[in-house]
Design a protein. Structure first.
Length: 318
């Protein structure tokens, strides 16, 4: 090999080495790490990326997605989901106790979120067998609501929005609680329906709501969500106050229940005409508007605190 050939070979060698070095030290490819989240049925959900197509099978979950600015991800929602306004025209996937499985599947969701209190286990398991990601979230008290806000914030990568929403709710909730702490608690009975008489027990978030608003739920020691009672048992428990929901436009509204209750003047609440009325949208949904329900109940249970609580709700100093 002559001198020129050796020089040429040497140059080629260094060119090849330089090209290979570029490949060896190229920027690493960023690979998303799979994240795992566990719901309230101890079911594990795995995501390589935050879900982009969400179905909410509970009005309260729909409202939570609204306050964490994730309602734009919704492709379907349950019946009676109409808050925030952006969800009004979404395809409806049945009720929270009777979801439409075919409609859910047809919308090709990345994540379906259901309420623990309403989700039929057969439908949940059926969807999971079809490899649909179904999360079931419990809502028995205010802490559960805050937990659900933060859980969905983590799953959807909306942590900042969730933290802000949860912090705002916790602040007002705790301020209202502080106003009714240490003062006498009236004994309350929440009348949901009359045929049969139905109220709220230990497993309903409304039970804790009455307690946190400065009252005693006289059916709060019953280990059910919605216990059924006789009129004789209600009379025996002697409630100081009767609580009703309103705005449904049916026999469950306060005005339509009153003819029945006014017959029983031996009940202190009826004798003294102490009736509390709360909009059904805010008292029956364990979501971000629960603080409005707390304020409404607390103001009516303790009228002397009404003005102070109103200032709290308007974000003013009490």
């Amino acid at each position: 090999m002559n001198q020129n050939s050796r020089i040429t070979l040497f140059i080629v060698f260094w060119i090849v080495l330089a090209v290979c070095s570029q490949h060896l030290y190229a920027e690493p490819v960023k690979v998303e790490k799979t994240k795992t989240f566990v719901d309230d049925t101890d079911f594990s959900l795995h995501f390589d990326n935050p879900p982009q197509r969400i179905i909410s099978v509970s009005p309260s979950i729909t409202e939570i997605l609204g306050v964490i600015d994730a309602d734009s991800l919704l492709v379907g929602a349950s019946l009676y989901s109409y808050y925030p306004a952006s969800v009004k025209d979404l395809p409806k996937v049945g009720s929270y106790v009777k979801p439409n499985i075919e409609q859910i599947i047809s919308l090709n969701p990345d994540l379906v979120v259901m309420s623990f209190e309403g989700a039929p286990r057969r439908e949940v398991n059926h969807l999971r067998r079809l490899n649909v990601n179904v999360a079931v979230l419990r809502s028995e008290n205010f802490s559960d609501i805050i937990k659900n806000i933060n859980w969905l914030g983590d799953v959807l990568d909306h942590q900042k929005e969730a933290k802000k929403a949860a912090g705002n709710l916790e602040s007002r909730y705790e301020q209202i609680q502080s106003q009714v702490k240490g003062i006498p608690k009236p004994r309350a009975f929440y009348s949901i329906a009359l045929n049969p008489i139905t109220s709220v027990g230990a497993k309903s978030f409304i039970n804790s709501l009455i307690h946190d608003a400065g009252g005693i739920n006289i059916t709060g020691d019953i280990d059910q969500a919605y216990p059924r009672l006789t009129i004789e048992s209600v009379i025996a428990m002697s409630p100081d106050i009767l609580i009703f929901s309103s705005g449904m436009g049916n026999e469950l509204d306060m005005e339509n229940q009153m003819p029945f209750w006014k017959r029983w003047r031996s009940i202190p609440a009826v004798r003294d005409q102490r009736f509390v009325e709360v909009n059904h949208d805010i008292i029956n949904r364990p979501g971000p508007r629960v603080v409005q329900a707390l304020a409404s109940i607390a103001q009516q249970l303790h009228p002397e605190k009404a003005e102070t609580i109103q200032r709290i709700m308007e974000n003013e100093k009490p």
